[in-house]
Design a protein around this ligand. Structure first.
Ligand code: AMP
Length: 126
């Protein structure tokens, strides 16, 4: 079933400039900004500028330019914040919540980049 994108979601409003955000990095296809309720010393949200609801929607339908740009921005965010294990840094976690079981609150695709402290195990037991 095709995704229906709700253009009244809060990240759509951020992209239209209707509400403010703390931008970390912006490119032609991608915006990265600080989460308003950070869960770690570094908590950056990376979103495509296109109207994608969640990860599989973006992965299936975005252009190659959008996909590459998005991934390169995530790498730049990690490098900017000293999170890259390849540079000897302590690492990070990326999370993309989707749908009901994923407990996605904002229906515009976003990747959380979290770091700056030990983050514990990935999931609590069900
Ligand atoms: P999710 O549960 O993956 O949909 O997470 C949505 C995230 O968006 C949460 O971590 C919120 O703190 C964050 N958030 C909601 N509104 C804003 C906003 N206006 N600016 C920045 N982050 C926001």
């Amino acid at each position: 079933m095709p995704y229906n994108y709700d253009d009244q979601n809060i990240f759509a409003k951020i992209l239209r400039g209707e509400i403010p955000n703390e931008t970390v990095l912006e490119t032609d296809h991608t915006l990265a900004f600080r989460d308003i309720h950070p869960q770690a010393p570094v908590h950056v949200l990376v979103i495509p500028k296109g109207a994608y609801v969640c990860h599989d929607h973006f992965a299936a339908e975005a252009s190659e330019a959008e996909l590459v740009d998005f991934m390169r921005v995530t790498a730049r965010i990690c490098a900017m914040h000293g999170l890259s294990p390849g540079d000897g840094d302590d690492g990070f976690r990326v999370i993309a919540n989707a749908g009901t079981h994923g407990v996605q609150e904002v229906p515009h695709y976003h990747l959380h980049i979290l770091g700056g402290r030990p983050l514990g195990r990935m999931l609590e037991p069900a």
